[in-house]
Ligand binder design. Structure first.
Ligand SMILES: Nc1ncnc2c1ncn2[C@@H]1O[C@H](COP(=O)(O)OP(=O)(O)OP(=O)(O)O)[C@@H](O)[C@H]1O
Ligand SMILES: [Mg+2]
Length: 252
């Protein structure tokens, strides 16, 4: 296997006595779609929060492209090339779609770019914003206030805001949550497109979506990794069947 783009070693996060993430050691291969599944409360979002720097680990370590990023704040992790989307939509409702993506594009501004003339800097941020809007399929909605677009479009915008930071690795926390079948199909198409030139870590309850896009699958239960493998092997695993897949796919 090639060098992982990201890996964790014995990564844990406790909330009081609760071990939300408990000694998780995982490797994520570059260019692949690695899905993380598991029942409600398994620790999936907490794991993403640790990887993105939104939460600090209680113990253990995280490496991204060979660099120790354990405990690094979110803006540092983002500038290194890790983007994330949130399980609960995290847009600015009073702003237009364009303005929401602009904020993402602006946040990626490198220190070195401050030496560029303001007009050039403005142009590069605007180009990143327009690229992100096109990728997430919202070019036609660019100047609509984001509180006025549909729930599905708001979820697309959430992905657009992440793409505006031009990440190499995408952390997606239930991108299909609350979507109708048609919207979900559109976003699954987008995920496949993004998979061509990004690494994806995808949390998703929709098993059809998971099996449609994932190259690799990890099952988490009670903060721990139950099993990691190829989707077909995981689907056939008796331990996984019993803990998760057998019982109506977890809901959620
Ligand atoms: N900030 C917090 N303070 C205390 N407990 C927390 C906190 N965040 C998460 N937890 C708890 O940690 C456990 C794991 O939660 P987490 O949100 O990571 O699960 P999840 O796998 O994402 O679940 P879901 O599928 O419902 O999104 C849960 O028991 C949750 O209540
Ligand atoms: Mg969650």
């Amino acid at each position: 296997m090639s060098e992982p783009i990201l890996n964790t070693l014995d990564l844990s996060r406790h909330f009081g006595a609760l071990r939300a993430v408990d000694a998780v050691t995982l490797e994520f291969a570059p260019g692949r779609v690695h899905a993380i599944i598991g029942p409600n409360g398994a620790g999936k979002t907490t794991l993403i929060n640790l990887l993105s720097g939104d939460l600090k680990p209680s113990s253990g370590s995280i490496r991204f492209k060979g660099q120790d990023i354990t405990g690094a704040p979110p803006y540092v992790v983002s500038r290194l090339g890790v983007g994330r989307s949130y399980q609960k939509t995290n847009i600015f409702p009073a702003f237009t779609c364009f303005e929401n993506c602009w904020l993402g594009a602006q946040s990626r501004e490198r220190t070195s770019m401050r030496f560029l003339r303001p007009a050039r800097r403005y142009r590069s941020v605007r180009e990143r914003t327009e690229r992100a809007l096109a990728l997430c399929g919202l070019t036609e909605r660019a100047h609509v206030v984001s509180s006025a677009i549909s729930h599905g479009e708001q979820r697309q915008l959430e992905i657009g805001m992440m793409l505006a930071t031009e990440p190499e690795l995408l952390l997606l926390d239930e991108p299909l949550a609350g979507m109708g079948a048609e919207e979900a199909a559109r976003v699954i198409g987008l995920l496949r497109e993004l998979a061509a030139d990004h690494t994806l870590i995808l949390i998703e309850h929709d098993m059809d979506a998971v099996f449609a896009v994932a190259d690799r699958l990890t099952v988490m239960v009670n903060g721990r990794v139950l099993e990691t493998g190829d989707p077909q092997d995981i689907r056939a695993s008796p331990a996984v069947q019993e803990a998760y897949l057998g019982s109506g796919e977890g809901g959620g």
